[in-house]
Design a protein around this ligand. Structure first.
Ligand SMILES: CC(C)(COP(=O)(O)OP(=O)(O)OC[C@H]1O[C@@H](n2cnc3c(N)ncnc32)[C@H](O)[C@@H]1OP(=O)(O)O)[C@@H](O)C(=O)NCCC(=O)NCCS
Length: 151
């Protein structure tokens, strides 16, 4: 069973996944920043084991930025990332956000396209630690998360 757990700032499980994915696997060095403490961090647990994480940062009352989205390697390609994004969008919307944005690694933009994000800023590409990135956004006002069927 998958369970979402939100915390203010990254939990130890969130830090562990981010370290494993962004620092060890992808080579980023400035993984943890000043924004972390005030962010809302999410960890998805599968049968008690942390498999994925992401965070929400308030840009303004109507806009939240989703970031540090990571699924542990053995769990990729099974819609865990999609599920994670759904929880993050739902949470942002519940706090009053009308728009969610992401600053995506350029070669990951297709994933965000799949979960309803589209390029903004004319598709301009910038860099974070030398890695090309692009901004995408999703309008949450028309976003209705799927409801679970009642048993
Ligand atoms: C990117 C990431 C979060 C995707 O998670 P995931 O659980 O594997 O994604 P899903 O299984 O939910 O995939 C959803 C869709 O996105 C597509 N997709 C996933 N990763 C993709 C990638 N790297 N490039 C292109 N498309 C991708 C899938 O093919 C799938 O398409 P479909 O709907 O047609 O089947 C995961 O690969 C990851 O953690 N990567 C390392 C960390 C990272 O780079 N994070 C993003 C930083 S911007």
């Amino acid at each position: 069973m998958v369970q979402p757990v939100f915390t203010i700032g990254p939990s130890n499980a969130a830090k562990e996944i981010r370290e494993e994915v962004f620092v060890v696997e992808q080579g980023f060095q400035e993984e943890f920043d000043d924004i972390d403490a005030a962010s809302i961090s999410l960890v998805l647990y599968l049968d008690g084991y942390p498999i994925a994480t992401g965070r929400l940062v308030k840009i303004d009352p109507a806009t939240y930025q989703i970031g540090r989205v990571a699924v542990r390697k053995p769990y990729r390609g099974q819609k865990v990332g999609t599920y994670l994004m759904r929880f993050l969008c739902q949470k942002a919307k519940s706090m009053g956000a009308k728009t969610a944005i992401v600053h995506s690694q350029f070669d990951k933009r297709e994933f965000y396209n799949r979960v309803g994000f589209t390029e903004i800023n004319g598709g301009e590409v910038d860099e974070e630690e030398g890695v090309p990135h692009i901004y995408l956004a999703k309008d949450l006002r028309t976003y209705y998360p799927k409801r679970r069927k009642k048993q």
